[in-house]
Design a protein around this ligand. Sequence first.
Ligand code: BJW
Length: 251
Amino acid sequence: MHDDGDHLVLHGDTWLCVLTGAGVSAESGIATFRDAGGLWEGHRAEQVASPEGFADDPELVWRFYGARRRQAGGCSPNRGHAALAAVEQRLGERFLLATQNVDGLHAVAGNRRLVELHGNLWRTRCSACDRPAFEDRSDHEGALPRCEPCAAVGRDALLRPDIVWFGEALDPADLARVTAFLDEGARHHLVFLAVGTSGVVYPAAGLVGEARARGADTWLVNAEAPENARRFGRFLAGKSGEILPRLFVFD
Ligand code: BJW
């Protein structure tokens, strides 16, 4: 990275929306989805990350998420996560982090203005009733977990990870929060920064378009150029844990 031009200058009127993906957690030891050796290698995504896959084979799905919980449980935030937490400290309400990651590492790093678009690996919910999702660190090895309140009314219902699977709607309140931030940012100097994401999963992949439509400066930090790299005004190739700690300059 050069000294000039590759720094994202944040001044008193900058509103910064960051979208992160699996690449941000790669340096923490968490596998991405679509890279070689990624989570989808050896699995068809729909088998383990769709409501139909869960209905067909809940044991397979819980084995997949149980292994993810065991693996992610030993991981810590890296320098990329820390850099984003530090920017939030500086910008306050002028900062919003929308993440596609479910590992919870942004919160561990200290981000609070955080929208977890695809849910959270450490929460479980009922597949049948509306009881709120609850914290759950078990890998559920052995018996499939069942919903006790449902059992109490004579219904046999499985618990499932609180993750947004393919074909499921994201929480409209989450998307509304991001859109409201972009709307407000459009009245100021709006910057949209995507980090560590292949940009193929919607609606998250469409946020850069939403930001551009509002006049945002758009930046992408990614290990390699994904298909959608040309939708961004600036693309910095490299690891987020190396680039993010040096990216931001406060004017
Ligand atoms: C580094 C690095 C380092 C490596 N530093 N970089 C419009 C068009 C086409 C299709 C659709 C559309 N709208 C909706 C769809 C369907 C579908 C979709 O998008 N499909 C496409 C794949 C074609 N979307 C949905 O189904 C969504 N739901 C929906 O739209 O519902 C509508 C609806 C409305 C009303 C009622 C009902 C329905 C839901 C999508 C949920 C996605 N969930 C997943 C899996 C669960 C999470 C889990 O188990 O963990 O979320 S999919 C998976 O992909 C995961 C991720 O969050 C997501 C994004 O992946 P990400 O983060 O980009 O990872 P990778 O691996 O792809 O990329 C990592 C990148 O990092 C790479 O480029 C590396 O180079 C880079 N990298 N190391 C920096 N150190």
